[in-house]
Design a protein around this ligand. Sequence first.
Ligand SMILES: Cc1cc2nc3c(=O)[nH]c(=O)nc-3n(C[C@H](O)[C@H](O)[C@H](O)COP(=O)(O)O)c2cc1C
Length: 217
Amino acid sequence: MPQLLHLDSSADLHSSTSRELTADFAAEWSSLGASYSVIRRDLHTDPLPHIPTDELHWAPRLRTTGRPVPTAADRLQSELIEEVVRADAVVVGAPMYNWSIPSTLKAWIDYIHVPGITTSFDSETMPLAGKPMVVVTSRGNQYGPGTPDELIDHQIPPLRQVFGTALGMDVTFVRAELTLAERVPAMAAWIETSHSNAETARSEVVALARHIAMQLS
Ligand SMILES: Cc1cc2nc3c(=O)[nH]c(=O)nc-3n(C[C@H](O)[C@H](O)[C@H](O)COP(=O)(O)O)c2cc1C
């Protein structure tokens, strides 16, 4: 029963590139048979509260005595961690917002990256190690190697750090760039490139869904 956790964080509910691509991934996954299930979590339409206390960053045994964690937050954290640990694969839509990621996605990360539970601290605990994750990044401009804005990409490097390095997940990034070409008159020369970027990204997510599903079967 390979289960996919499908996350989105775009605030655009009408024409979001990342939402379209994660939906393509999930549709391909589901098309492989009734046993390929999908758990959906929309971090924009159903946002998580910010962590109410820094103590939630730590496994309960590592928390500071006398600094209580609200029970509801504790419960929510357990639910979110169980959900991602239980999934066999994860696809997440991660648009670039202000050179970084939507705060809604950051809030989810703050709940699930927990030393002593999801990453090793005083003992070996890496329950997400090796789990396939596809991060679909959409961004208005372009930030690839050799572009003028290469060094101000604070979207992909932090996500690689937390999901790949800290949590040990097997992360693949799909990049859809220049998505603002049609909206911003000064970017009109990039419209065709943006369309071909979107097509490439679409083929990539479909191929990745099949590849990951086959590896798990
Ligand atoms: C709040 C906000 C901030 C944004 N900041 C940036 C940015 O810093 N750099 C950039 O290239 N595009 C930026 N954009 C454009 C988005 O990255 C682009 O529209 C992308 O396609 C959004 O993802 P989506 O299509 O999946 O919704 C921003 C858009 C929003 C709504």
